[in-house]
Design a protein around this ligand. Structure first.
Ligand code: NAD
Length: 487
């Protein structure tokens, strides 16, 4: 057996780490390609055990008033702050992003947890005397056992899109982390326990396709949230709603930045470079296509200068796997063959002393045509494909033609152009002079089109709708109330 850095990643069920005879899979660090741990590939029977533990815990947890439930998350937030160095290091090691990026990810988890602590202020029910002596009231009630399925690109933050809100609102949860980055979830489980969360309220079941399908089908699970690629989001949405669950499934992205010639050159170039290369381009909010309107050579020149400051292994992390590196490089090579011009070439990047790692350098590729695969498909690497248009309407048409609809941004100093893009972009999250327009709490996160299936968003106030159901009660307090209507 390989010498591994972290103990085998077990399931966390009913407050205990457990493992039986499940198969194991290696967990590699993409930084240098070494095996850092092993993860269980669970069976349906493991999920059954987790659902049983969660159902039992739910009965008690859901009856605790929300102001008491959130006390766990106040303590949990403090634990994350205390352990931020270790949490950031694990995320860096298993995902490949830089330590600074990993730290920013944990800081975002802290912000998401703070939002959950504010839920008692937001879910106060409504009450109204609807006729003399008769009141109607509405209360938010939890759903029961819910599941959260996560992708590889934010091992710490994406689980926190769902864990604090769903649990603070009274649900019991089963997390299925990405099998590529499962180590972080052990720490989440341990810290929630240390913060005082009762056993069984939070459970982790590791695995791959088999366990995701079992979650979709399981009759004991009321709601499923999914974050990952569009083809799998579709499968999860269709399969879990077919078994009568509510589901919100976030998918992939192709985010366009529309750049006008009047844009502030330094700010635009540095924002575009940071957006395309942050987390090695493996963000669903990363800029992937830049659409220049009219003469923008001066901005492209500055972008090239900025991109050259981004160095793999220093301020640019690795991509997740060898397969990802090969896929990204294939997109660049195909576009080049079709006539696009590679201005900064990140292919064949190697980092000294980390030759086994999976690195792609920053890549700026100009004169891309809208019909090329690199312009339409999700590349998910540190690559920006630049297209040129003569008018803002042409640029909007390119953005609107995408099947995705996560984010779009415009760079300009002209308010009416900015406003026009805000109105016309077919995306759930729009930026003006911002390269990564992620809404901060309490604003919710979620795309349009094939970037999200389901009605509510996954975070913020919108997530309250997803994780709760409304109980409507009509009360006649006094026999003297004159109204017998519908009594
Ligand atoms: P993925 O779809 O491959 O995996 C996501 C989850 O689905 C994982 O837990 C995985 O185990 C499971 N899974 C994989 N294949 C499956 C299958 N055939 N059947 C059932 N389950 C399966 O995604 P990924 O590669 O881990 O993450 C990257 C993708 O996630 C990108 O497309 C990115 O845009 C997207 N993403 C989207 C958002 C968003 O907010 N829209 C956020 C983060 C990531």
């Amino acid at each position: 057996m390989d010498k591994i850095k972290y103990p085998e990643v077990k399931n966390f069920i009913g407050g205990q780490f457990t493992a039986n005879g499940q198969a194991r899979m290696d967990v590699l660090s993409p930084i240098d390609g070494t095996v850092i741990s092993k993860v269980l590939l669970s069976k349906k029977s493991d999920l059954d055990a987790a659902v049983e533990a969660a159902e039992k815990a739910y009965k008690l947890w859901s009856e605790i008033p929300i102001k008491e439930r959130v006390q766990v998350f106040y303590r949990y937030k403090t634990l994350m702050e205390k352990n931020i160095d270790e949490l950031s290091y694990i995320t860096h090691l298993e995902n490949g992003k830089t330590i600074d990026e990993a730290r920013a990810e944990v800081e975002k988890s802290i912000e998401l947890t703070e939002f959950a602590c504010s839920l008692p202020q937001l879910v106060g029910g409504e009450i109204l005397e609807v006729s003399k002596g008769v009141e109607c009231r509405i209360d938010h009630k939890p759903l029961g056992v819910v599941a959260s399925i996560a992708p590889f690109n934010f091992p710490h933050m994406v689980p926190h899109w769902t864990i604090p809100n769903a649990i603070a609102l009274g649900n019991a949860m089963i997390l299925k982390p990405s099998e590529q980055v499962p180590v972080t979830s052990n720490y989440i489980a341990e810290m929630l326990k240390e913060a005082g969360l009762p056993d069984g309220v939070f459970n982790v079941v590791n695995g791959d396709k088999e366990i995701v399908e079992a979650i979709c089908d399981h009759p004991g699970i009321s709601a499923v949230s999914f974050v990952g690629s569009t083809p799998i989001a579709k499968v999860v949405y269709i399969r879990s709603t077919a078994s009568l669950k509510r589901c919100v499934a976030l998918g992939g992205a192709k985010n366009h930045l529309i750049v006008l010639p009047d844009a502030n050159v330094d700010m635009t170039a540095s924002n575009v470079a940071a957006s395309m290369s942050g987390c090695a381009g493996q963000r669903c909010m990363a800029a992937s296509a830049m659409v220049g309107v009219g003469p923008i050579d001066h901005i492209v020149e500055k972008l090239v200068e900025e991109a050259k400051k981004i160095v793999p292994g220093k301020n640019l992390g690795s991509v997740i796997s060898k397969a990802a590196k090969e896929r990204i490089e294939r997109y660049i090579t195909e576009a080049e063959k079709l006539g696009a011009k590679v201005l900064v070439d990140g292919r064949n990047a190697v980092v000294e002393n980390k030759e086994g790692g999976f690195y792609v350098g920053p890549t700026v590729i100009d004169y891309v045509k809208p019909e090329m695969a690199i312009a339409k498909e999700e590349v998910f690497g540190p690559v920006i494909a630049i297209m040129r248009t003569d008018s803002l309407d042409e640029a909007i048409a390119i953005e609107n033609s995408s099947n995705y609809g996560n984010a779009a941004s415009v760079f300009t100093q002209n308010g009416s152009y900015a406003r026009y893009v805000m109105e016309k972009a077919s995306a759930g999250m729009v930026g003006v002079n911002i390269g990564v327009p992620v809404p901060r709490e309490p604003f919710s996160f979620g795309g349009w089109n094939e970037s999200k299936f389901g009605t509510s968003d996954i975070t913020g106030k919108s997530s309250i709708e997803f994780w709760t159901q409304l109980k409507k009660t009509s009360i006649k307090w006094s026999a003297e109330a004159r109204t017998n209507w519908m009594s």
